[in-house]
Design a protein around this ligand. Structure first.
Ligand code: AKB
Length: 298
């Protein structure tokens, strides 16, 4: 994400933050805890921030292990961002939501934009509440806050961090390294996913769109490609024919069972022109070859 923003705006106009020491961002850097309101305010003022991407979150699987922490980080982090955006008159704020907002009572295929939100995970509850906070701040204070319901995001640069869809990244590392993967979801657990490049492009396109085009102020459904572990394994076998997978579903299967298999993103297509570029074959090729190169050069 940071690299895409640097490519677009230049390194002197982008500031990345993290709770740890600078992991090597290609731009200006601030070490920052998103729950420290004063520190966030100082950083926003110091850099005169116009577009604020508040991406920090505890994901679904980690959230189930530590619900209080997930609620604290996901909700308090957002509320601080919303309050400061109004106070400092930030032009635009981005909030990452998720397919995890969906749970009971929805069609599992092509889940509609306006479907009921009854999530089963703490992560999903925090995202559903967060979306409504965004809509509230837009309505009450005119804050230009925008959001996407991300599917599982698959990329080769960053290692996954505590999500249910993480298997779809792990599987590539294990395929390249060992030719074998033990999957924590069932073979047929079909979920919506998206390749990192498409996810980043969607985010930047949403943030760049004219304000009058943004009709959804909760969060836009974003669909990339839906597949199951056995489908992606078959695709990986085109690159490594001896690749094998065994299935040992754990508590993450319950989370996956509560999520849709695909979501309908026609509102994003219509309102601001969203269109995905990566299908399963292209995603698999990019992931497999990039991880192979990365591991060969270590
Ligand atoms: C997760 O698995 O928790 C995330 C998500 C779908 O939001 N990747």
């Amino acid at each position: 994400m940071t690299q895409a923003l640097v490519d677009k705006y230049g390194r002197e106009r982008v500031v990345a933050t993290d709770i740890s020491d600078d992991p090597g961002f290609p731009c200006q850097y601030e070490k920052l805890d998103v729950l420290d309101r004063d520190a966030v305010k100082r950083a926003l003022q110091k850099h005169n921030v116009g577009h604020f991407y508040q991406l920090a979150a505890i994901l679904s699987a980690t959230g189930e292990k530590n619900p209080a922490l997930a609620w604290e980080v996901n909700m308090k982090g957002l509320l601080i961002a919303l309050e400061l955006s109004v106070e400092l008159e930030i032009d635009r704020l981005f909030f990452p939501s998720s397919i995890a907002v969906f749970g009971e009572g929805v069609d599992k295929n092509h889940t509609l934009q306006d479907s009921v939100l009854i999530p089963n995970s703490v992560y999903g509850i925090s995202k559903a509440a967060g979306e409504n906070w965004c809509k509230y701040y837009h309505g009450k204070y005119g804050l230009d806050v925008r959001s996407l319901r991300y599917p599982g995001v698959i990329g080769h640069e960053t290692l996954p961090g505590g999500g249910t869809t993480d298997y779809a990244v792990d599987i590539f590392y294990e395929a390249v390294k060992n030719g074998h993967y033990q999957c924590f979801l069932k073979a047929d657990a079909r979920l919506p996913m998206i390749y990192m490049d498409d996810a980043i492009r969607a985010t930047v396109e949403l943030m760049e769109a004219d304000s009058d085009k943004i009709k959804v102020r909760t969060s836009y459904n974003l669909q990339g490609i839906s597949f199951s572990p056995e489908e992606i394994a078959r695709e990986i076998q085109k690159h490594r024919p001896d690749f094998t997978v065994e299935y040992a579903p754990d508590y993450r299967q319950d989370i996956a069972d509560s999520w849709p298999g695909s979501i309908d993103d026609s509102a994003a297509q219509k309102d601001w022109g969203w269109k995905r570029e990566f299908d399963l074959a292209k995603l698999t090729r990019e992931m497999y070859v990039s991880i192979q190169n990365k591991l060969n050069h270590q």
